[in-house]
Design a protein around this ligand. Structure first.
Ligand SMILES: O=C1O[C@H](COP(=O)(O)O)[C@@H](O)[C@H](O)[C@H]1O
Length: 261
């Protein structure tokens, strides 16, 4: 069942990144206190990396037990290991290289020069197997119940590497698929599907900047998920849109409470 989106609109993208980083720290600490460990799905893109950079410079980052955190990715650009355009490379630079993570719990998606070579479909199937191996009976399915799954929203409403009208966004069975011919470079990618996204307790959609305003307005105004993939991204317990004022500028004001005078 879909959870109705809740919206939080911040003054600008810097404040949005800092507030989202603070929110994520609290979520991780709470999950570790109640379940022993936490699991988070990272997103690539400007807003996702902005959040990680804000987290890296937040003093409260030391409240996280980094060794008891599983990190997964919502999508990856299928490029060689270490390529600066890979989402994991960018995440390492923004945050991961500066915190004491357990390398066994950092679940990067395969690279195009990894064990599956250039076979992106085999790479996607392997990531699906890794997810399934981490899911316990309590998860009732082939993916763990992620505590938080973050998604940057593209100007065309794509989330992860689920682009409007492409086969990946129509997938209803597999949890991870290879993407061929993405309209945004690089064309070959690996992505979680909407059923995998919806296994998360909380899904957070990040949209900052004027170029996200139309996408946010379309996705939040009843568009279908095939045409507007962001509209199909929701969590089991909560769906949260974190925006800045520029990205919220085309939304009907009825969707979020007015700022105080
Ligand atoms: O290519 C990608 O783009 C989206 C959105 O990125 P943005 O820079 O427009 O915020 C991102 O969420 C995704 O992970 C990434 O692979």
């Amino acid at each position: 069942m879909s959870t109705a989106p809740q919206l939080v609109v911040h003054r600008d993208k810097e404040l949005m990144a800092q507030a989202a980083a603070a929110r994520l720290i609290t979520k991780i600490v709470d999950a570790q206190a109640s379940r022993g460990s936490a699991s988070v799905v990272l997103t690539g893109g400007r807003n996702g990396n902005g959040l990680l950079a804000a987290l890296a410079s937040a003093p409260a980052r030391d409240a996280v037990d980094w060794g008891r955190l599983d990190l997964w990715w919502g999508d990856e650009r299928f490029l060689p290991e270490g390529d600066p355009e890979r989402n994991v490379t960018q995440a390492r630079r923004a945050l991961l290289d500066s915190v004491p993570l357990d390398p066994e719990r950092v679940h990067a998606m395969p690279a195009s020069d990894g064990p599956y070579g250039s076979d992106v479909d085999a790479a996607a199937a392997a990531y699906a197997d890794e997810l399934a191996a981490s899911a316990g009976p309590e998860n009732h399915g082939p993916v763990p119940t992620f505590d938080v799954l973050m998604l940057g929203v593209g100007p065309d409403t794509h989330v992860a590497s689920l682009f409007p009208e492409l086969p990946a966004v129509r997938e209803t069975e597999r949890t991870v698929v290879g993407v061929h011919g993405a309209p945004k470079p690089p064309p070959t990618r690996v992505t979680l599907t909407l059923p995998a996204v919806r296994a998360a307790r909380e899904v957070w959609l990040l949209a900052a900047g004027e170029d996200k305003a139309e996408a946010a307005a379309i996705a939040l105004s009843g568009a279908g998920e095939i045409q507007a993939p962001a509209a199909g991204a929701y969590g089991r317990a909560r769906t949260l849109w974190l925006l800045d004022a520029a990205a919220a500028s085309q939304l009907p004001r009825s969707l979020y409470p007015p700022a105080s005078p």
